[in-house]
Design a protein around this ligand. Structure first.
Ligand code: AMP
Length: 280
């Protein structure tokens, strides 16, 4: 069956480092879209941008164990490889890189990635080791692929901020920021949404709308910290969720701010056992 399926695939699937090196040898202007699969319209928008702006586009699918601070979260992360391959193939993606753990982690890293104290905020505060894992894998992938451009989503704002800082400091690759794609209820698309029940998806959409309104209101608020602290409690009670953070931060420095101009309102919360993040 798989052979029959393979027969219809035009895209080159690279299963290990050898495949990768052979395929990318002598290709310049490579666009790279790193993902963990279970592709949705958010990923697709990144890939389309890369297809437009690059000579060849490579998408990676690798569920990176080292960035999961909770083994259960890693185990439950949605996996839909066959569907993903079909989507990528239809889009005329040039390459899909599907490495195994050994391809990525054949060498030990010394010294280990360490975040600055000032970066241990938001998700870094609540998911110990998460961004160290993300930066490490991005370093390894970029070193192997040597892309001209890397396409990443603003949906994961802190990830984009930290990866961009690290990668652009070390490589000539440019990180391209791509806008967040939402469903009709304003909920940001995410592979994790597949773990939500229909009712939970509706609630998550209501929360997104509430936070959009909050951001608009902030212009007229005197004590933003206190206001957001109260709103956090209000939303927790209203929707039976558990908000980890709801903070206004400067878009360029990620420092806490009371100025709405050039700022993002960032939220992370648990709905049932699923952790969602967003920013507006
Ligand atoms: P992931 O597969 O969740 O690791 O995401 C891979 C890339 O897709 C990351 O750069 C994400 O920021 C980006 N991404 C995820 N969801 C969205 C979305 N709704 N809109 C735009 N980009 C997204």
């Amino acid at each position: 069956m798989f052979y029959l399926f393979k027969y219809f695939i035009q895209m080159k699937i690279l299963l290990n480092n050898d495949d990768l090196n052979k395929a990318l040898n002598k290709i310049s202007n490579i666009g790279f879209v790193p993902t963990m699969g279970s592709l949705h319209k958010g990923h697709i928008s990144l890939i389309n941008k890369s297809l437009k702006e690059s000579n060849k586009t490579i998408v990676s699918i690798f569920i990176n164990p080292t960035q999961f601070n909770n083994p259960k979260d890693y185990k439950n992360y949605p996996r839909n490889l066959k569907r993903d391959i079909s989507i990528l193939n239809k889009m005329n993606t040039d390459f899909l890189y599907l490495p195994k753990k050994n391809d990525i982690y054949s060498s030990k890293r010394k010294p280990k990635i360490k975040l600055n104290k000032t970066d241990k905020i938001l998700c870094a505060k609540y998911r110990k080791g998460h961004f160290e894992g993300v930066i490490d894998i991005m370093d390894r992938l970029v070193s192997a692929i040597k892309p001209k451009k890397i396409f990443m989503g603003l949906k994961d704002f802190q990830q984009l901020y930290l990866v961009k800082k690290f990668i652009q400091n070390k490589y000539s690759s440019k990180v391209i920021e791509c806008k967040t794609i939402r469903d009709k209820n304003k909920l940001a698309l995410s592979s994790r949404n597949l773990l939500l029940k229909r009712t939970e998806l509706i609630i998550a959409g209501k929360i997104a709308k509430k936070v959009i309104l909050l951001k608009k209101k902030l212009k007229n608020v005197k004590n933003i910290d206190k206001f957001l602290e109260n709103k956090k409690k209000e939303l927790n009670n209203m929707f039976n969720i558990n908000i980890e953070y709801l903070e206004l931060r400067n878009s360029f420095s990620l420092k806490k701010t009371i100025k709405v101009k050039n700022a993002k309102l960032l939220i992370a919360y648990y709905i049932n056992k699923v952790r969602l993040i967003d920013n507006f």
